[in-house]
Design a protein around this ligand. Structure first.
Ligand code: CMX
Length: 137
Protein backbone atom coordinates (compact mmCIF):
# COMPACT_ATOMS: atom_id res chain seq x y z
CA UNK A 1 0.00 0.00 0.00
CA UNK A 2 2.83 2.36 0.90
CA UNK A 3 0.66 5.04 2.54
CA UNK A 4 2.30 8.47 2.60
CA UNK A 5 0.75 9.55 5.92
CA UNK A 6 -2.30 9.23 8.15
CA UNK A 7 -4.77 11.47 6.33
CA UNK A 8 -7.25 11.59 9.20
CA UNK A 9 -8.63 9.89 12.27
CA UNK A 10 -12.43 9.63 12.34
CA UNK A 11 -14.08 10.02 15.75
CA UNK A 12 -17.76 9.27 16.29
CA UNK A 13 -19.50 11.79 18.54
CA UNK A 14 -23.12 12.22 19.54
CA UNK A 15 -23.07 15.96 18.91
CA UNK A 16 -20.65 18.15 16.95
CA UNK A 17 -21.84 21.17 18.92
CA UNK A 18 -20.84 19.49 22.17
CA UNK A 19 -17.55 17.99 20.93
CA UNK A 20 -16.10 20.90 18.90
CA UNK A 21 -15.40 23.10 21.99
CA UNK A 22 -13.05 20.42 23.41
CA UNK A 23 -10.94 20.49 20.22
CA UNK A 24 -11.04 24.29 19.96
CA UNK A 25 -10.91 25.48 23.55
CA UNK A 26 -8.91 22.71 25.22
CA UNK A 27 -6.64 21.39 22.45
CA UNK A 28 -6.51 24.76 20.71
CA UNK A 29 -7.19 23.45 17.21
CA UNK A 30 -9.35 25.30 14.71
CA UNK A 31 -12.43 23.78 13.11
CA UNK A 32 -11.90 24.84 9.49
CA UNK A 33 -14.71 22.92 7.78
CA UNK A 34 -18.13 21.50 8.61
CA UNK A 35 -19.64 19.37 5.89
CA UNK A 36 -22.58 17.02 5.59
CA UNK A 37 -21.91 13.83 3.63
CA UNK A 38 -25.49 12.78 2.84
CA UNK A 39 -24.37 9.55 1.22
CA UNK A 40 -22.68 8.46 4.47
CA UNK A 41 -25.45 9.82 6.73
CA UNK A 42 -23.00 11.98 8.70
CA UNK A 43 -22.15 15.57 9.44
CA UNK A 44 -18.40 16.09 9.77
CA UNK A 45 -16.14 18.69 11.40
CA UNK A 46 -12.45 18.94 10.48
CA UNK A 47 -9.34 20.08 12.36
CA UNK A 48 -5.80 20.04 10.98
CA UNK A 49 -2.69 19.00 12.86
CA UNK A 50 0.39 18.83 10.64
CA UNK A 51 -0.41 16.55 7.70
CA UNK A 52 -3.14 14.78 9.65
CA UNK A 53 -6.72 15.80 10.27
CA UNK A 54 -9.20 14.92 12.97
CA UNK A 55 -12.65 14.27 11.52
CA UNK A 56 -15.52 14.40 14.01
CA UNK A 57 -18.54 12.43 12.82
CA UNK A 58 -22.10 13.08 13.97
CA UNK A 59 -24.73 10.73 12.65
CA UNK A 60 -27.70 12.15 10.75
CA UNK A 61 -29.55 8.80 10.72
CA UNK A 62 -29.60 6.11 13.45
CA UNK A 63 -29.45 3.45 10.69
CA UNK A 64 -26.29 4.95 9.14
CA UNK A 65 -22.79 3.58 9.85
CA UNK A 66 -21.97 6.09 12.59
CA UNK A 67 -25.46 5.90 14.14
CA UNK A 68 -25.15 2.12 14.42
CA UNK A 69 -21.57 2.38 15.73
CA UNK A 70 -22.54 4.79 18.54
CA UNK A 71 -25.57 2.72 19.47
CA UNK A 72 -23.37 -0.38 19.81
CA UNK A 73 -20.03 0.94 21.10
CA UNK A 74 -20.65 4.55 22.19
CA UNK A 75 -18.52 7.51 21.19
CA UNK A 76 -14.88 6.97 20.22
CA UNK A 77 -12.44 6.29 17.42
CA UNK A 78 -14.42 5.10 14.41
CA UNK A 79 -11.79 4.73 11.68
CA UNK A 80 -8.24 5.53 10.58
CA UNK A 81 -7.63 6.85 7.07
CA UNK A 82 -4.35 6.36 5.20
CA UNK A 83 -3.38 8.51 2.22
CA UNK A 84 -2.34 6.38 -0.74
CA UNK A 85 -1.59 6.84 -4.42
CA UNK A 86 -3.41 4.89 -7.17
CA UNK A 87 -6.27 4.01 -4.84
CA UNK A 88 -8.14 1.63 -7.16
CA UNK A 89 -4.96 -0.37 -7.81
CA UNK A 90 -4.32 -0.51 -4.06
CA UNK A 91 -7.80 -1.94 -3.54
CA UNK A 92 -7.13 -4.66 -6.11
CA UNK A 93 -3.83 -5.47 -4.39
CA UNK A 94 -5.46 -5.60 -0.94
CA UNK A 95 -8.20 -7.93 -2.17
CA UNK A 96 -5.61 -10.20 -3.79
CA UNK A 97 -3.93 -10.40 -0.36
CA UNK A 98 -7.17 -11.61 1.20
CA UNK A 99 -8.47 -8.35 2.67
CA UNK A 100 -12.26 -7.97 2.68
CA UNK A 101 -13.25 -4.76 0.90
CA UNK A 102 -16.29 -2.68 1.77
CA UNK A 103 -15.80 -0.62 -1.39
CA UNK A 104 -14.40 -2.38 -4.43
CA UNK A 105 -13.91 0.95 -6.23
CA UNK A 106 -13.22 4.40 -4.84
CA UNK A 107 -16.04 6.87 -4.34
CA UNK A 108 -16.26 10.54 -3.34
CA UNK A 109 -16.00 11.34 0.37
CA UNK A 110 -15.72 14.46 2.51
CA UNK A 111 -13.36 17.23 1.36
CA UNK A 112 -13.50 15.98 -2.24
CA UNK A 113 -11.24 13.01 -1.57
CA UNK A 114 -11.58 9.68 -3.32
CA UNK A 115 -12.14 7.12 -0.57
CA UNK A 116 -12.68 3.41 0.04
CA UNK A 117 -13.09 1.34 3.21
CA UNK A 118 -11.62 -2.02 4.24
CA UNK A 119 -13.77 -4.18 6.51
CA UNK A 120 -12.77 -4.12 10.22
CA UNK A 121 -13.17 -7.91 10.38
CA UNK A 122 -10.10 -8.29 8.16
CA UNK A 123 -8.09 -5.37 9.59
CA UNK A 124 -7.85 -6.48 13.22
CA UNK A 125 -10.89 -4.59 14.43
CA UNK A 126 -10.00 -1.16 13.02
CA UNK A 127 -12.22 0.19 10.26
CA UNK A 128 -9.58 1.30 7.75
CA UNK A 129 -10.09 3.93 5.07
CA UNK A 130 -7.82 4.55 2.10
CA UNK A 131 -7.97 7.94 0.48
CA UNK A 132 -6.48 9.82 -2.40
CA UNK A 133 -6.56 13.51 -3.23
CA UNK A 134 -7.11 13.79 -6.99
CA UNK A 135 -8.40 17.37 -6.84
CA UNK A 136 -5.34 18.82 -8.58
CA UNK A 137 -4.99 16.14 -11.25
N1 CMX B 1 -14.76 -0.12 13.79
C1 CMX B 1 -14.56 -1.40 14.18
N2 CMX B 1 -15.51 -2.36 14.11
C2 CMX B 1 -16.71 -1.98 13.62
C3 CMX B 1 -16.99 -0.69 13.19
C4 CMX B 1 -15.96 0.28 13.30
N3 CMX B 1 -16.14 1.54 12.91
N4 CMX B 1 -18.26 -0.62 12.75
C5 CMX B 1 -18.79 -1.86 12.89
N5 CMX B 1 -17.85 -2.67 13.41
C6 CMX B 1 -17.99 -4.09 13.73
C7 CMX B 1 -19.26 -4.38 14.49
O1 CMX B 1 -19.06 -4.17 15.87
C8 CMX B 1 -19.51 -5.83 14.16
O2 CMX B 1 -18.69 -6.65 14.95
P1 CMX B 1 -19.32 -7.97 15.66
O3 CMX B 1 -19.88 -8.79 14.54
O4 CMX B 1 -18.13 -8.60 16.34
O5 CMX B 1 -20.35 -7.47 16.60
C9 CMX B 1 -19.00 -5.92 12.71
O6 CMX B 1 -18.12 -4.80 12.51
C10 CMX B 1 -20.09 -5.86 11.68
O7 CMX B 1 -20.90 -4.85 12.09
P2 CMX B 1 -22.41 -4.81 11.73
O8 CMX B 1 -23.11 -4.00 12.75
O9 CMX B 1 -22.96 -6.14 11.44
O10 CMX B 1 -22.35 -4.11 10.35
P3 CMX B 1 -22.70 -2.67 10.05
O11 CMX B 1 -23.94 -2.71 9.25
O12 CMX B 1 -22.64 -1.78 11.23
O13 CMX B 1 -21.50 -2.26 9.09
C11 CMX B 1 -19.38 -1.53 8.43
C12 CMX B 1 -20.19 -2.12 9.57
C13 CMX B 1 -17.96 -1.25 8.93
C14 CMX B 1 -19.37 -2.53 7.26
C15 CMX B 1 -20.09 -0.21 7.98
O14 CMX B 1 -20.13 0.68 9.08
C16 CMX B 1 -19.43 0.47 6.80
O15 CMX B 1 -19.66 0.12 5.65
N6 CMX B 1 -18.56 1.49 7.06
C17 CMX B 1 -17.89 2.23 5.99
C18 CMX B 1 -18.54 3.56 5.75
C19 CMX B 1 -18.49 4.46 6.96
O16 CMX B 1 -18.10 4.07 8.05
N7 CMX B 1 -18.92 5.73 6.78
C20 CMX B 1 -18.91 6.71 7.83
C21 CMX B 1 -17.73 7.65 7.74
C22 CMX B 1 -17.79 8.49 6.49
C23 CMX B 1 -16.75 9.57 6.42
O17 CMX B 1 -15.65 9.45 6.98
O18 CMX B 1 -17.05 10.59 5.75
Amino acid sequence: MEPTHIEHIGIAVRSLDEAIPFYENVLGLECYNIEEVADQKVKTAFFKLGQTKIELLESTDPEGPVGKFIEKKGEGIHHIAFAVKDLNNKLTEAEAKGVRLIDTRSRKGAEGLDIAFLHPKSTFGVLTELCEDNSEK
